[in-house]
Design a protein around this ligand. Sequence first.
Ligand code: CMC
Length: 431
Amino acid sequence: MTDTKKSATLTIGEDSYELPIFSPTAGPDVVDIRKLYGTAGVFTYDPGFTSTASCDSTITFIDGDAGILLHRGYPIDQLAEKSHYLEVCYLLMNGELPSAAELEDFETRITRHTMVHEQMHNFFRGFRRDAHPMATMVGVVGAMSAFYHDSTDINDEWQREVAAMRLIAKVPTIAAMAYKYSIGQPFVYPRNDLDYASNFLHMCFSVPAEEYHVDPILARAMDRIFTLHADHEQNASTSTVRLASSSGANPFACIAAGIACLWGPAHGGANQACLEMLGEIGSVDRIPEFIARAKDKNDPFRLMGFGHRVYKNFDPRATVMKKSADEVLDLLGIENNPKLQVAKELEHQALNDPYFAEKKLFPNVDFYSGIILEAMGFPTSMFTPIFALSRTVGWVSQWKEMIADPQNKIGRPRQLYLGETLRDYVDIEKR
Ligand code: CMC
């Protein structure tokens, strides 16, 4: 954080207050209002945090107007093309790309942590079979704090490191177990001879009755989906993790809070909602009807997979995802996939519609990801769990950064109170 020696002046009535301005390495300047209440006795008002920086961070940068997403300075399209998920995990957590030896060590450590405590199997069995896998994940990831006591002390740097490794390694196992449980198949143990994405596909799709070979092209597509979702700055679920951990809560509880937040259709749940919407539209001739509904102020319907709080030009992840969707469907020999056709035509018509152009609404990462996941054989209910497992490294990296920051203090927003002022209790017979 650079102090530019610039400042802003806030005038309230007769009084003026100087507010320092900080310049980031990239992005807009930031007005420091931390002492505002103490000196001027006023709060700021910013529901939805549209203009508020809640922390400083060195992990991820987004320029929403230019459609740029950088992890530790590296553009997402280069990482998706040239790197792979575990290398990106290392980068997010440590700040630099690893050497070959560092990467090998990191991969070995993650691989050695992929199994879950055997008693967790019993814990799963307490859920109804028709539970949404996200419901199961919120519960089971939170319950990790009951199984791994030796990595819950957030003041011990080593325990923090072990918790981070355990989360990145075990969340795919938990997601795959949630899936297997929901379809009544036996859990499949992780395999250390497989890479991270192949292992996940194997845990989801293999059965004891026969051999299952992971297609390397599908594994590559899976890995790319993980990479594209790895981190995204101070989004709702990441901010939830930070807020939960600001109280000193253990990392497993905090990541469970992040998973809960991600579940909503405005956030990670959009991939499931988007694919269901494409199915509901069904054919290209019905697109105008749905576009009209999305524009109708009296209809709550929104085009799922469209729009973003930060991206106002294009979502660079969506560009890679669209290309990947073509590749995967091609590989699987799925020609004329109706949902892909509807998606492409919907994108075309919406981008040429003044409503979407004026509001700067573009396809986001979730617009095409569901098509790929469905083609791979995942049910829609698994889309958001896959987002959650991919994002775990982002949550963990942001959590680690926050805990190590000496400025870290409990998050405690203020409010604009509009309720009743002091009044006397009225006995029930007099109401
Ligand atoms: N379809 C139709 N209109 C929309 C849409 C949409 N998908 N998104 C925004 N708008 C309109 C909205 O009605 C509002 O219009 P007006 O100014 O007339 O009231 C305007 O655009 C601004 O929308 P907003 O809701 O104030 O913007 P926001 O920054 O608070 O919301 C969003 C961002 C992503 C929640 C929203 O665009 C949305 O609900 N999109 C659909 C859900 C979705 O795809 N979410 C995934 C986001 S990317 C992955 C992730 O973050 O997890």
